[in-house]
Design a protein around this ligand. Structure first.
Ligand code: SAM
Length: 234
């Protein structure tokens, strides 16, 4: 998979060289390219923002540098899906991650200030598929952290990135857990600071363990995220 990031803070993407994503880049499973938006800003200050039409606080990202950036980055070779992180987008979910993992190429357009001029996503849709996605119902300072979080959720689904692919099957929000939260997990020692691992997990009885885990997943979801229970009926 090829991943491109357009940003005014290229250094934000240093973590892509670490851990499983970094390893996937090293082994050639991923090709990562980070682009500084300011290379497409041509005034003396390389400015990428201006005051908002209609008034109001803050600055808005200008369409011209973004237009040139998208022409350059989206042009040619493999068709891409353009992801624009924004708090006003559809909520990014495990399902979105699964869908995006099927693309050969993703381009992330990271906004700052009060966001990107609204004509930019409109224009981008004439070039390629565009998804405006929110990481959650809160406001970050920029799209970089959101792009990194989305990248991690997507890339770990690619074959070869996680050592044991079975780790992906029974996870929170996965289909095999019927979109429940994952059951509690434990490791050795069986007793720690007066707290014992539930007996059933030491029994070796696989069917009973599976049933216990299903019940735990159900109870945890009911307690913490009851709205997820409806999703299983989708
Ligand atoms: N004025 C915008 C609003 O109220 O919707 C918020 C702009 S925010 C300060 C600047 C940038 O951070 C956005 O353009 C987007 O790239 C990113 N951002 C902030 N919150 C986000 C979220 N929840 N999900 C994804 N991206 C977010």
């Amino acid at each position: 998979m090829k991943l491109d990031y357009v940003t005014i803070f290229p250094d934000y993407f240093a973590p892509l060289t670490l851990s499983l994503v970094g390893k996937a880049a090293q082994t050639g499973l991923l090709e990562v390219q980070v682009h500084d938006l300011r290379q497409w800003a041509h005034d003396v200050h390389r400015s990428v923002d201006d005051t908002p039409f209609g008034g109001g606080a803050g600055m808005v990202m200008k369409p011209e540098p973004w237009g040139e950036a998208l022409d350059a980055v989206l042009g040619g070779e493999t068709p891409a899906c353009l992801v624009i992180p924004t708090p006003s987008g559809a909520l990014f979910s495990q399902r979105q991650a699964e869908e995006l993992a099927a693309y050969d190429r993703l381009v992330f357009a990271c906004g700052r200030y009060e966001g990107i001029d609204a004509r930019v996503p409109e224009y981008a849709r004439t070039l390629t598929e565009v998804r405006e996605l929110s990481l959650g119902d809160y406001v970050l300072n920029g799209g970089e952290v959101a792009a990194l979080a989305m990248t991690e959720a997507i890339v770990r689904l690619l074959p070869g990135v996680i050592g044991n692919p079975e780790s992906l099957t029974e996870e929170s929000h996965s289909e095999s857990l019927r979109h429940r939260l994952e059951y509690p997990v434990y490791t050795k020692p069986a007793s720690w600071r007066g707290r014992d691992v539930p007996e059933i997990l030491l029994s070796g009885h696989h069917a009973k363990i599976a049933e216990w885990r299903r019940e735990q997943a159900e109870a945890l979801t009911r307690e913490r995220r009851p709205e997820l229970l409806a999703r299983a009926e989708d």
